[in-house]
Design a binder for this molecule. Structure first.
Ligand SMILES: *[C@@H]1O[C@H](CO)[C@@H](O)[C@H](O)[C@H]1NC(C)=O
Ligand SMILES: *[C@@H]1O[C@H](CO)[C@@H](O)[C@H](O)[C@H]1NC(C)=O
Ligand SMILES: *[C@@H]1O[C@H](CO)[C@@H](O)[C@H](O)[C@H]1NC(C)=O
Length: 153
């Protein structure tokens, strides 16, 4: 019985975890990200994991910006590889995918940096840059989310 419970716990621990966004800074805290399965990297509900809006990074429309995120725990499976998406828009509306990066099975804790251009939109508050880790792994949650708040100048 004890063994079963421990085994189940191990399964759950392995199946929970795994995307943090470093720049722009993700909403809320970003703690313990040198360790696989950090609590702050397990947001499973879109678009922003239920986290409240935080301080916004000011960017100009048409500006180039480097988004940096971390695969906190690897969920790659050879048969159905997933991907990472960087999305932009207003939290309450459909977001636009700016770039999609295939998951090539990089190890847990790998950092990814990708250049994007802020779309030409009406300047103002309320925009987000969102990263998604779409796992395509039947044994893992389908998608992990992170959002960073943006004010477009
Ligand atoms: C952004 O980067 C692209 C190349 O990826 C370049 O052509 C463009 O001039 C840059 N834009 C600005 C505003 O620096
Ligand atoms: C958002 O996307 C869904 C599915 O593609 C679509 O049905 C819906 O009309 C879109 N909403 C807006 C506001 O564009
Ligand atoms: C990304 O942008 C930086 C400048 O901010 C540039 O040095 C770098 O070459 C770009 N990388 C790619 C892959 O375009």
């Amino acid at each position: 019985m004890t063994k079963c419970v421990l085994y189940l716990f191990a399964c759950v621990a392995v199946a929970t975890a795994h995307l943090c966004m470093i720049s722009p800074p993700q909403r809320g805290s970003m703690l313990g990200i040198n360790k696989k399965g950090a609590d702050d990297c397990i947001l499973l509900a879109g678009p922003c994991g239920g986290r409240a809006m935080g301080p916004a990074v000011a960017l100009s429309k048409g500006q180039n910006f480097t988004v940096t995120f971390q695969k906190n725990l690897d969920h790659w499976v050879k048969a159905t590889p997933g991907h990472f998406s960087v999305m932009f828009g207003v939290e309450t509306m459909n977001l636009t995918e700016l770039v999609r990066i295939p998951d090539m099975g990089q190890p847990s804790l790998s950092l990814f940096s990708v250049n994007i251009t802020i779309p030409v939109v009406r300047p103002g508050k309320g925009y987000i840059l969102q990263t998604q880790y779409v796992t395509m792994n039947p044994k893992a949650p389908p998608t992990f989310y992170q959002c960073g708040d943006i004010v477009v100048m």
